[in-house]
Design a protein around this ligand. Structure first.
Ligand code: COA
Length: 707
């Protein structure tokens, strides 16, 4: 067992709990926490701490932690902010393993320094901190409710990790109202130390936990979260809601790749890469959690929709496409199942329309036939209230079906109509039947189930191909160190080209000429046409300065270009120190792509891919992934852009060399990972040729850390 897991066990399954700042005043937060601990039936030792001593809720109150006779593995601090650090020190002296700091007044109000000091001290003493600024933790395994939220929590299989305290506390009430049992709920607050990744390590191995729901506002140490999520989602579903989808953060980003990333694009792509299932709203995630913690897994992809209305059938089919629910298409078998049970004017094609004339007996016949057929793996049952339907018999029939088949095949229901239908939906939901008014809600839970099944069946990433690709890390670091020593935070074009060559990325032949004669000689030996670009650390935007000349066909054009570039650049910035002019092989045209790699402020090293030109500039058609990527993940990155068919070849064009693009993505990613001084790399464009002819990078921009 890892040290982290051992300490997380002290959070979820403590042997003893000290409550520092326990008050006998029922109006105080600490009193509520103690009374919740008592009400939850916690069996371990409870030690309230208050210098006043005495007794609270029947427990002896100790003046200090030191006075407690036995060991304490878990402490909850509920004293005002200015007293917290001293209490943390006392906890460390008592060898407490985990401390929850309920108190507010730290980094959330700008008091970052003290928060950092507290965590540093705790870590130096092998102690972990949850919070500060939290409402506490509930764990069904202990059981213990050390929150100051509602006392009445239903135990079950859903674990909730929430960064918002108020929303978390409200979710306790909401889950109770919706009949959703919790295995745990943890308020993470400022995430000064313990974060989602630490908690996921515990929840992954907790038998009580069937589904994990995370409400996230911001990600810190995202690279750890990525690694942990990839493991957890192979074992159980993780559902994520993220607030703060704004693109504001992107505006401040230094590079093109950064500005394309957006705040949400990267998060969304990385969650998908990790197998986490992203929900739009808290309500949607709770629907998914409830369903996933109670249903059996489908044995295969064949979903059948049974409906008495064509309209809602079509809506459901649309929703199936949106939520990736695979629909069963074997018309012969469908006909065999349903033809003798529905009128001739119904439809045995999926969605199966049992017609508006169907009553509950008709539904039951069709539903049983669907569930009893071994080729059908899951069923979505829809209904509109018609005059023909015997609403009084409907709830009983649906409940029977649910109980008879819920352990073997997943199902979800949606019924739409008046008061009686509303009542039926509410009553059945209270009994745990997955039933909704809204067709999309009914389909989306099935979508979450199939995403989870897909994640669990996906083999673990294979890095053999990636490991077989070698780059010259020594040379790359040498180049970067030289630029750093020169006091720059960016590489000049010829330095970037040299670095990319060291990474095995195909770059055009190029050399810096310091005189006109040298330029002519270089161009002649390289072969025409050539490109010429100014080399100056004072001119970053070479084209804006008139420092680039393309497609130079002969000696005379090279001479003219030399003079024009020198003239333009001196005019653009008279003080610029011009090192020379780079003469490069002119790259043949092909399909332009763009590859970016950067240190994302949340997730650490990430990679981006897109098609060049308008696809990236106007359409922002790019995809992201966290590094390192496996071969399969790099392929997913390429396939995720909308313009991917252009790489496959459209309108008679040949397929492009996708393998060469994929290899370049992996090489660029490896560069970022091998040198922590690099913050941004942008290969733009990488020209992809026809399959077998490779890809060539025309230009690369590399930025370095500022420190
Ligand atoms: N050791 C033990 N007990 C101590 C102590 C110490 N070093 N210093 C003070 N105490 C006692 C106090 O005497 C008091 O007990 P009493 O009622 O018997 O006098 C008790 O601890 C609590 O201290 P008090 O000063 O009354 O604070 P409070 O209860 O009003 O507020 C917090 C304390 C932590 C709740 C408050 O500072 C806070 O941060 N509130 C916001 C919490 C929050 O919203 N968190 C985020 C949720 S999402």
């Amino acid at each position: 067992m890892t040290k982290n897991l051992e300490q997380m066990k002290c959070l979820f399954e403590p042997q003893s709990v000290a409550l520092v700042g326990a008050s006998g005043n029922p109006g105080k937060i600490s009193y509520n926490i103690l009374s919740n601990i008592v009400a939850s039936g916690y069996k371990g030792n409870v030690y309230p701490i208050n210098p006043k001593g005495g007794e609270i809720l029947g427990y002896k109150v100790y003046g200090t932690l030191e006075e407690i006779p036995g060991p304490v593995d878990h402490a909850i601090i509920v004293v005002p902010a200015k007293m917290v650090f001293d209490s943390v020190k006392e906890c460390a002296a008592k060898k407490v393993q985990v401390v929850q700091i309920i108190t507010s007044g730290f980094s959330e109000v700008g008091n970052n320094e003290e928060e950092k000091q507290i965590v540093k001290y705790a870590r130096e003493h092998d102690m972990r901190i949850l919070g500060p600024n939290i409402f506490g933790t509930y764990s069904a395994t202990a059981p213990i409710n050390s929150t100051f939220g509602p006392a009445d929590i239903m135990s079950g299989g859903v674990a909730i990790l929430t960064q918002s305290g108020a929303l978390g506390a409200a979710m306790i009430g909401k889950t109770k109202a919706e009949n959703i049992g919790l295995s745990s709920i943890v308020s993470i607050g400022n995430k000064a130390d313990i974060d989602e990744a630490d908690l996921l390590e515990y929840l992954m191995q907790s038998d009580q936990t069937k589904v994990i729901f995370m409400y996230i506002e911001g990600v810190k140490q995202g690279d750890r979260l990525v690694r942990t999520l990839k493991e957890v989602t192979k074992v159980k579903p993780v559902i994520v809601v993220k607030s703060g989808r704004s693109k504001r953060g992107a505006m401040a980003a230094a590079s093109h790749t950064g500005s394309l990333a957006g705040a949400d694009g990267v998060f969304d792509a990385i969650m998908r890469q990790c197998g986490a299932i992203r929900a739009e709203t808290v309500q949607e995630s709770l629907n998914w959690c409830k369903f996933l913690s109670n249903t059996s897994l489908p044995q295969g992809p064949n979903t059948v929709i049974v409906t008495n209305g064509g309209g809602i059938g079509v809506l459901a089919a649309d929703a199936c496409e949106k939520y990736d629910v695979p629909l069963y298409d074997d018309h012969e078998n469908l006909k065999g199942i349903f033809a003798d049970k529905i009128p001739s004017y119904g439809s045995t094609k999926n969605p199966v329309d049992i017609t508006g004339g169907a009553n509950s007996a008709g539904y039951e016949k069709c539903l049983r036939a669907a569930f009893d057929n071994s080729e059908v793996h899951s069923v979505i049952c829809l209904g509109c209230e018609t005059a023909m339907i015997d609403v009084e018999n409907l709830p009983g029939m649906l409940e029977r079906i649910y109980h008879d088949y819920k352990d073997t095949k997943p199902m979800s229901f949606s019924f739409f109509g008046g008061d009686a239908i509303e009542k039926m939906v509410n009553d059945l939901r209270a009994k745990g039947v997955p039933i909704f008014n809204e067709t999309y809600d009914c389909v989306s839970i099935m979508g979450a189930l199939y995403k989870n099944l897909h994640n669990m069946n996906e083999p673990a990433e294979d890095y053999n191909y990636v490991n077989s690709i070698k780059i010259d890390e020594v040379k790359i670091n040498e180049i970067v160190n030289k630029v750093k020593a020169d006091g720059r935070t960016f590489l000049l074009a010829h330095e970037s080209a040299e670095l990319m060559r060291a990474a095995g990325v195909s770059m055009p032949v190029s050399k810096v000429a310091h005189t006109l004669e040298e330029a002519v000689d270089l161009a002649t030996s390289m072969g025409f046409p050539v490109v010429m670009k100014v080399v100056s650390k004072d001119i970053i935007h070479k084209s804006d300065a008139g420092g680039v000349a393309l497609d130079l066909e002969n000696r005379d054009e090279v001479i003219d270009a030399w003079e024009a570039i020198m003239h333009n650049c001196r005019k653009y910035n008279p003080n610029a120190k011009i090192t020379g002019i780079e003469v490069c092989e002119m790259v043949k045209s092909g399909t332009e792509t763009i590859i970016g790699a950067r240190q994302d402020s949340s997730f650490g090293p990430t990679v981006m891919f897109g098609l060049g030109g308008i696809y990236v500039e106007v359409m922002k058609d790019v995809s992201f992934a966290a590094l390192p990527v496996s071969k399969k993940e790099a392929m997913t990155l390429i396939k995720s852009i909308k313009s991917y068919p252009l790489l496959l070849g459209v309108r008679g064009e040949a397929k492009k060399d996708i393998n060469a693009v994929l290899e370049t993505i992996i090489r660029v990613g490896k560069v970022l990972l091998c040198c922590d001084k690099i913050t941004d790399i942008e290969v733009n464009p990488l020209v992809a040729y026809e399959e077998g002819d490779g890809a060539k990078a025309v230009d690369a921009r590399i930025l370095l850390t500022k420190d």
